[in-house]
Design a protein around this ligand. Structure first.
Ligand SMILES: [Zn+2]
Ligand SMILES: [Zn+2]
Length: 367
């Protein structure tokens, strides 16, 4: 790659012409002006490399003598800015004019990248049996979350014996002239301190966080509802670079029960009763979560009638502030299959003895 060709200048071009050509090309191919254009990005990189050599009198002389250009002494500062990667290769003496002109923007971006970030929340689902949801209790959850890195205390940096900053030679700021303008800014590498006091944490890659599995025990009151979302503050992902942790959200999924259903704090079931039990009254056993309980069916009960067993629903809380719910039995009269002649004869006689029109109300009182 001929560096003169890259900048489109003759080998005997004056330094001012080299700079002009560089500025023109750098502006044309700058990634900020050509978003997502890979070819422009590559051309921009080559223009930067060529100017890093040809813009420096010593390095240009070496290059003209036939020496292959030594890799530029670069400090690669990669910063996210408007979704782009600004990788400035030519820092130091041959600093890219773009980073000079955009010095404020770069410093802003650098500050934003290194600021602590609030951790993100973590969402998990807990599947509960119907009985567990009714009774509540302690439920251990296995959670994989990012935690503050122990090696660096979440800062992403580990202290080291101080050395003078290689970029500003200990001055803390950089001043340089370009044409008639003099530029000055805080050294980004040492933040203006002039010394390097820490190095990146190798354990966490300077993010300050590490993935870790742990068990979080969730304490649920009796009667947690299906699709309830429980928040556990501070048990989400740790924030990058020492930021506070996000929250853990647990969404409850309650499995259905074969015959019980939830009606708030009441438990309900459809209770089949035989014709003679409904007509004559009976004492029958009803299943509850604590075993069978006797229920009195009054004589003359109808289908759809709801009978309550007090306090046999969702348990109340320990303090007594929330009372227990009931078990609600909804009666369903079940007719046994009538096959034998004797039963049929009894039912015919029953009909003759109880000659009332059960559909009278559908016809305005006259049938
Ligand atoms: Zn670390
Ligand atoms: Zn410095």
């Amino acid at each position: 790659m001929d560096l003169y060709q890259v900048l489109g200048v003759p080998r005997n071009a004056a330094p001012a012409d080299v700079e002009r050509a560089y500025l023109r090309l750098a502006r044309r191919y700058h990634p900020g002006i050509n978003p997502g254009d890979g070819v422009s990005a590559e051309l921009y990189r080559r223009v930067q490399e060529a100017y890093a050599v040809l813009g420096d009198p010593d390095r240009r002389r070496e290059y003209d003598r036939g020496a292959s250009p030594a890799p530029a002494a670069t400090i690669e500062a990669t910063m996210a800015f408007e979704g782009f990667d600004f990788s400035s290769l030519a820092e130091g003496a041959a600093a890219a004019t773009f980073s000079e002109l955009f010095a404020d923007v770069f410093q802003d971006a650098a500050r934003r990248v290194s600021a602590p970030e609030q951790g993100t929340s973590l969402d998990i689902t807990l599947q509960l049996s119907f009985e567990d949801a009714v009774r509540g209790g302690q439920f251990p959850l296995s959670v994989t979350r990012s935690e503050r890195c122990g090696a660096c205390g979440g800062t992403g940096h580990v202290p080291r014996p101080p050395v003078p900053c290689p970029q500003c030679a200990g001055a803390g700021s950089r001043r340089w002239a370009r044409g008639h303008m003099v530029f000055s800014k805080n050294c980004e590498l040492c933040g203006g301190v002039g010394q390097i006091l820490s190095h990146s944490c190798r354990v966490c890659g300077s993010s300050g966080v590490q993935a870790r599995s742990e068990v979080v025990t969730l304490s649920l009151p009796p009667g947690v509802e299906d699709e309830a979302r429980i928040s556990v503050p501070g048990r989400g992902h740790a924030g990058a670079r020492g930021g506070s942790a996000g929250d853990l959200y647990v969404t409850i999924e309650v499995a259905p029960h074969p015959y019980l259903r939830r009606e708030g704090r009441d438990l309900a079931l459809t209770l089949p009763v035989a014709v003679h039990e409904a007509a004559l009254g009976a004492r029958i056993n009803v299943p509850t979560l604590d075993g069978p309980v006797a229920l009195k069916i009054p004589a003359g009960s109808a289908s759809g009638q709801r009978l309550r067993l007090r306090g046999r629903g969702v348990p109340g809380d320990a303090s007594g502030a929330v009372p227990p719910g009931d078990l609600v039995a909804e009666l369903q009269i079940v007719l046994p299959p009538v096959r034998d002649e004797r039963s049929k004869e009894l039912l015919r006689e029953f009909g003759r003895l109880n000659d009332i029109d059960v559909r009278r109300h559908l016809f305005g009182g006259a049938s």
